[in-house]
Design a protein around this ligand. Structure first.
Ligand SMILES: [Zn+2]
Ligand SMILES: [Zn+2]
Length: 303
């Protein structure tokens, strides 16, 4: 079976990924040098220095040890992984167990991500974690809340009252300690991981994110119970939350294998009505590794 991954582009944001519920989900933004979830850790994930793990389910997290191991063998810097705090210690243990099996314990930078605590990747780029609605119950019965992440561009914008001044005048003001700029945040892309409907949809940086990667695991009417039981989105949930979202593009991920893709598309188009115009499926942008690239599919609202 040929390996496929999708490549979705919106303006200068490029997202490479693959996502199917229960099988594998990873999303890479190469220009931002980050990945959301690692899936089974394909080469696209290995190439970025920052990995944001939403939760510990195998389809999102299987490749964590491979990520650090391969980066070591490729002589890359160890890389940084950010995950919900309760997962950090088990992940360290996992890497140690792999050392017993494999003979090498790769260097790894593991960081606890906390909701609302920004992670600065560059002066002009931060990642803000937030809590989603996908509690993961561990075998000891403890519950780990899952996280979503928003990558936010940060700019310093000149205040309106100083706009007509010359360069030297601005420099002089700065030297006097006058604040001539204000900080402006522009949410570029939000990834919600696995989640049911939750309060996070009201967060401004989520609502106004230019691109929103959102799961829609179930679409068939008799799958609503499955969606509730697994804390996933059903297309009827999507129809309720979408009108309040100001995102330019909503990219659906994590569809169930139970429903043929064509059926899922037709159902989403029917359920979302006018809002379907800004909704696309990540896996419609699939490209084969070998052979000619398939043309990207149209948005689901196209005739
Ligand atoms: Zn999943
Ligand atoms: Zn999950």
């Amino acid at each position: 079976m040929a390996t496929t991954r999708a490549e979705f582009v919106h303006d200068n944001l490029r997202l490479i990924g693959s996502s199917l519920a229960g099988e594998e989900t990873f999303i890479v933004a190469p220009e931002l040098n980050l990945a959301f979830d690692v899936g089974r850790c394909p080469g696209d994930v290995l190439n970025v220095d920052h990995v944001f793990l939403t939760h510990g389910h195998m389809d999102h997290a299987a490749g964590v040890a491979y990520y650090f191991s391969q980066r070591m063998f490729l002589d890359n810097a160890p890389g940084h992984l950010y995950a919900p705090r309760p997962l950090i210690e088990p992940l360290r243990r996992l890497l140690r167990i792999w050392a017993d099996i494999d003979g090498h314990e790769p260097p790894a930078n593991l960081h606890a991500a906390e909701p609302g605590v920004d992670i600065e990747l560059r002066r002009d780029l931060i990642v803000r974690p937030f809590t989603v609605n996908h509690p993961c119950r561990r075998h000891d019965r403890s519950v780990v809340p899952a996280l979503g992440f928003t990558a936010i561009e940060v700019r310093q914008k000149l205040l309106a009252e100083y706009q007509d001044l010359t360069g030297p005048q601005l420099v002089a003001l700065k030297q006097q300690g006058v604040a001539i700029t204000r900080r402006v945040e522009r949410p570029l892309v939000t990834y919600c991981g696995d989640t049911a409907v939750g309060d996070f949809f009201q967060l401004d940086f989520v609502r106004t994110s230019r691109v929103l990667l959102l799961e829609c695991t179930f679409v068939e009417p008799d799958h609503i119970d499955r969606a509730r039981a697994g804390y996933h989105m059903h297309v009827s949930d999507l129809a309720r939350v979408i009108p309040a979202l100001a995102c330019e593009r909503i990219v659906l991920v994590h569809l169930s294998r139970r429903t043929p893709h064509a059926v899922a598309k037709a159902t989403v188009r029917r359920e979302l009505g006018e809002h379907a115009a800004r909704v696309v499926f990540l896996m419609d942008y699939r490209r084969r590794r070998r052979g000619p690239d398939a043309p990207p599919a149209a948005t689901i609202s196209a005739p």
